[in-house]
Write a protein that binds this ligand. Sequence first.
Ligand code: FMN
Length: 201
Amino acid sequence: MKRFLLVVSWVMLMVCPGFSQIKSLPSFDDVLNTRRSVRSYDAAKKISEEEVRQLLVSTQEAPSWANQQPSKYYVAISPEKVKAVQELIGGNKERVKDAPVLIVSAYERGKSGFFRGTQTNEVGDGWGAYDNGLSNCYLILKARAMGFDTLIMGMRDADGLRKLFNIPDDEAVMAVIALGYRKGKPYQPRHRDFDEIVKFY
Ligand SMILES: Cc1cc2nc3c(=O)[nH]c(=O)nc-3n(C[C@H](O)[C@H](O)[C@H](O)COP(=O)(O)O)c2cc1C
């Protein structure tokens, strides 16, 4: 029986080139449990534009308020643009100096939370920020599933980024997200007690 299974696996590997990849895909729990905010990147490992496209397509699957899809992404992948963004992230610069890609995340104001131009409830544009966070969440989890690592950075110069990428005024500049491969073991943060954050009734 063992020999039979070995032969079947060997045939699958030969006949179906994607089989070995299917086997090595991480489980969803692996993706969740191994994603960390990475603050040290491997300078030797690059990421292609095609890979970034594949990553960002996955963000289009994220839910959004009335399907408004307000999130926008500005990708710095050329060495010059990456360098320019590094100058606009304050103390984060040192943490992501070897990340090959830096992605600016923004959302269009006045879409999510609004119906025919009128704010639908007290949250207002907060729904745009909510949708942008959801979209970013797809990005960082998909990145991990592809073997990449990320760091979401809220410490950034929004005006400088707006100028650099010509981001229109009706878009709110949110985080810069570093993308690359981890170097070493990332810091494992302590989590709050589960019972402190969840109440069942
Ligand atoms: C909106 C937001 C802004 C953040 N800004 C920064 C930042 O500017 N610099 C940084 O090093 N980490 C930043 N982080 C990462 C958090 O510190 C990190 O997610 C948290 O400590 C939990 O660690 P973990 O992501 O490894 O689980 C940010 C995270 C979020 C969600």
